[in-house]
Design a protein around this ligand. Structure first.
Ligand SMILES: [Fe+2]
Ligand SMILES: [Fe+2]
Length: 272
């Protein structure tokens, strides 16, 4: 079994400080092989905020992948936003942590979906689709059409939006996701919405080709935020179990919620 933890939307700079230590303790108790952090590490893309986010991620003492979110490019510093939107990110985040990782039979393809041309929205760039497509077809980094591999895309913005969130704010998602699925992608791990959706559209009797894991915010302390947590992903031969860990506000402990168990058969994900 290979075990991943999916964290997203840390928002250091606007984080709930009282949840940082319990979050670390809960992740360490899960003892994952690898940690995915799918963007919005910071609230305002400031180097000090990134530094605190990286201190937290390093304290988990696991290999990790991080990709940027819309909050990880400057909002108010317009010259920097236009000239070098990822300057602070590049100064703060170890290079090579966002593109590709292999964890046992899982291949993770990281994509930067942050778009300096939009306030909140994102983009699935053609160049990223082409890179991941090539890797899935076996001609680039991480390449090889391996029958046993579980191929997951990691990006901040959701490539398909759950009911109630139909904003259409990830440009290029619809065509990109079709190309990636055709090339052998099995799933997408994303955040941004601060909303949980583990296995979008997959229900008993309604299988789908792509498993989309949408995790709520881990730490964001803005008004109205709730259900802070992370997702534990246990890969097993032929399937995956997703367990949400959500804060209990009375005890300030992250506690496991109902598991969703998915099995891949005939090119489709089924909910068991
Ligand atoms: Fe966020
Ligand atoms: Fe976001």
């Amino acid at each position: 079994m290979t075990r991943l933890v999916h964290l997203t939307d840390l928002h250091f700079g606007a984080e709930r400080a009282e949840l940082v230590a319990p979050l670390r303790a809960a992740v360490l108790r899960c003892d994952p092989d690898f940690v995915i952090v799918s963007g919005d590490l910071s609230q305002r893309a400031r180097i000090g905020q990134f530094r605190r986010a990286m201190q937290f991620i390093d304290s988990l003492q696991r290999p990790y992948m991080v990709v940027p979110g819309n909050h990880d490019i400057p909002l108010y510093n317009l010259p920097l936003r236009w000239i070098s939107p990822f300057f602070s990110w590049k100064m703060s985040i170890p290079q090579g942590r966002g593109c590709f990782a292999r964890v046992g039979p899982i291949r993770l393809f990281g994509v930067n979906s942050a778009d300096p041309g939009q306030w909140r929205g994102g983009v699935l760039r053609d160049s990223d689709v082409a890179r991941v497509e090539a890797a899935l077809r076996g001609t680039e980094q991480g390449g090889g059409a391996e029958a046993e591999a579980l191929n997951l895309l990691v990006c901040h913005h959701p490539l398909e939006e759950p009911p109630g969130f139909e904003r259409g704010e990830t440009r290029g998602a619809e065509s990109g996701i079709a190309r990636l699925a055709a090339a052998g992608l099995h799933g997408v791990v994303s955040g941004h919405l601060h909303h949980w959706q583990l296995g979008l559209g997959i229900a008993a009797g309604s299988p789908r080709p792509l498993l989309q894991i949408q995790t709520g915010t881990a730490l964001c302390g803005r008004k109205g935020e709730k259900d802070h947590g992370f997702t534990l992903l246990d890969q097993q031969p032929g399937g995956l179990i997703a367990t949400p860990f959500v804060i209990n506000e009375a005890t300030l402990r992250f506690e496991p919620g109902p598991q969703r168990q998915f099995r891949r058969e005939g090119g489709l994900w089924h909910l068991l």
